[in-house]
Design a protein around this ligand. Sequence first.
Ligand code: PA5
Length: 392
Amino acid sequence: MKKVKEVEVMESLVSFEYPKKHDFKLKYLAHYGFIRSLCIRGQKERILEFSKSLKDRYENFVQIGIGGSALPLEASLRFLDKKGVMERFLSLDNIDPCRIERVLSLDIDKTFFHVVSKSGSTIEILAEFFVLKERLKPDQIAFTTSEKGFLYELGMKEGIELFFIPDEVGGRYSVFSPVGLIGLAFFGFNIDTFIEGAKTAVRAYRNGWDFPNDFVNFAIGAYQDNKNILVMFAYKDYLYGIIDWFRQLWAESLGKDSKGQTPINALGVTDQHSQLQLYQDGPKDKAIVFLDAPAVCDFEIKDDYGFGYLKGKSLSQIMEIEKNSTMRALKESGADVAHLKLTKDDEFSLGALLMGLMIATAKAGKVLGVDPFNQPGVELGKRYTKEALKNG
Ligand code: PA5
């Protein structure tokens, strides 16, 4: 049977090789809020216009958010950044006061602040914002929140630009909402293409694109074989933000009712010289996904000064050889190993990969029998913090 075009596009962009030991016979599931809201309810034009108006006035961009209000943007910027925009970006996703010091070392008049909180009442976000607020003018701030709650009320009262996270989109699934899009547009990335990548992934998935199901068959299959740890081994620095984002997505979506697989980040080749000993010879409790994408810069070793076999090799070739050798050694040790590879490093591919991984996570929830869209444990911690602050 001839494949529909979108499936072919996705297959040429995302390849996933894995040992097929399980097949959960996953069906197409239509009702994910994060898919339904991809059209971001007409906010895209406003985001584009707004970001354009910021470009002449501001050099730096600070996102004040935590968890799902922070990681989606950081992951995307890190992936797309080839020109040093990360030097002009700061994520305040921790209330460590030293981060505020870093913000204050920037030229504040040239810095834009995007405050993101779906609930509008997360303590860390408000605390950081309150420390900075008196130094900022209302027109150098935007809020992204729900259409109700403290931040919404404050924004209305003080004339601060407001953007919205649709109700049906949970924090960690919010990359295609203003949470991710405002910062991407600020730094000049093409959010149309980014969203189109996600939409094409959804159309492909409806028409039989295997990746989301394959990912679940691999990871959750391993979990059912007592591999309680899922290592995401990124083989480019610029992929590290994605595995950090994914770590939250997988942990917070699936870790409930005494179930869940612990996601771990590793960076190739760096962690070949730290974590790898454990993966290779330690307990056989891990499934390992090697994540790779094109090399975006390279250097050749012209002379190895008589060392032997480095001459004529480029650094990216050495990385590739190291990755393949590490995969080989791990497979021989009995680990479950998969290879997830992107063939491009642009906005479209990023949108497609993030959407594919979000669909896979939602499907994994279905297989495990947990709700992948709630986070009762996180909410309990938030409640206890508020109670302790009130009493203290
Ligand atoms: O994924 C989630 O729901 C969480 O990680 C939230 O994004 C995080 O707790 C921040 O919540 P809020 O955006 O309501 O401030």
